[in-house]
Design a binder for this molecule. Structure first.
Ligand SMILES: [Fe+2]
Length: 320
């Protein structure tokens, strides 16, 4: 009870400081509701926040642990109800040997214990163990492909509920015959998805998290070969057709992109923690993560700079 009161007090304090409690000023970033409805949020005890951190690419080099720790500290300061990650937790196990890959997952696991709230992980292409030709490990290894991730984090696709919203994390990856990764939702998972949402009321807002995007403007803007999206994403959209799909959270591209489709659902590609391999921005998107505030049937979002760009520039200056 006391904890709940403190949370409400701190929320009121935030709203007062930002002016939201006094007047109906919309959030600085995209909101999916007209600003007048934001006033309702102040009174809505069922509103909640969560953070979406994607493409962490943790490794011991390049001050990556320092950068990730800054993100963890910022999330703890914001104090959302939980964290969802968008895959590529580590860099990299696709080509790796067992010891190196295991140490990367251990590093991620140890560091992510620093989050003061639950963390729901998603698998990315760099988390697929030993799938590339150049890996010294064989396909018979028990940790091959999804195995190492599953041993550390459990199932690669699952769902959970929070305050009337249904959250689904998908595994958007498979391996091609010539040993490359591809964006694909395998059939066993699609069957599970059908069964999972059968139990969900048609009006319940649903959030899907996927590493490989289901919708993305990258290829339209940049051309080049290959798609940056999962090639059977439409199968997932068809399954969701008669449900209240609200938001698709995506990783992989390391850029920030938002869209709202047919007055039905939103998609958000959430930048990255690692930027361009910890060297700088990728596609001009600053390193950061997304904070999402849910209120009733709607949400607003904000891209959070956890200070890594400034810190990395300072570190680079000191080495000159
Ligand atoms: Fe990535």
């Amino acid at each position: 009870m006391e904890e709940k009161k403190n949370k409400m007090d701190s929320r009121r304090k935030f709203l007062l400081q930002s002016g939201l409690a006094a007047v109906a000023i919309p959030f600085t970033q995209i909101s999916c509701q007209p600003s007048k409805d934001k006033v309702v949020e102040v009174e809505n005890e069922d509103s909640f926040e969560f953070a979406f951190l994607t493409d962490i690419h943790i490794k011991p080099e390049m001050n990556a642990p320092k950068g990730f720790q800054m993100a963890i500290d910022k999330v703890n300061e914001l104090n959302p109800d939980f964290v969802i990650t968008g895959g590529d937790l580590v860099y990299d196990t696709m080509r790796g040997n067992y010891e190196q890959s295991e140490s990367l997952f251990s590093l991620y696991k140890d560091m992510s214990k620093g989050f003061k709230m639950p963390v729901y992980n998603c698998i990315g292409n760099h988390d697929l163990f030993a799938i590339y030709e150049e890996s010294p490990e064989s396909e018979d290894h028990p940790d091959y492909k999804y195995g190492m991730w599953e041993r550390h984090f459990g199932k690669t696709y699952y769902s959970f509920d929070h305050k009337g919203w249904h959250f689904i994390t998908l595994n958007s990856l498979d391996v091609t015959d010539n040993k490359r990764y591809k964006g694909y939702f395998h059939l066993e998972q699609l069957e599970w998805l059908k069964q999972d949402i059968e139990k969900v009321d048609k009006s319940t807002p649903i959030v899907i998290t996927t590493h490989i995007p289901m919708i993305c403007t990258y290829s339209q803007l940049n051309g080049g070969e290959g798609s940056r999206t999962a090639n059977n994403a439409s199968d997932v959209f068809k399954i969701m057709e008669n449900h209240n799909l609200k938001l698709v959270l995506q990783g992989h591209i390391h850029w920030k992109e938002y869209g709202f489709v047919n007055d039905r659902f939103h998609f958000l590609t959430g930048g990255s923690i690692a930027g361009n391999g910890w060297k700088g921005r990728r596609h001009n998107t600053k390193e950061g993560f997304v904070k999402i505030k849910v209120s009733g049937n709607d949400f607003s979002w904000e891209y959070i700079d956890h200070g890594w760009e400034a810190e990395r520039l300072k570190l680079a200056d000191n080495t000159i």
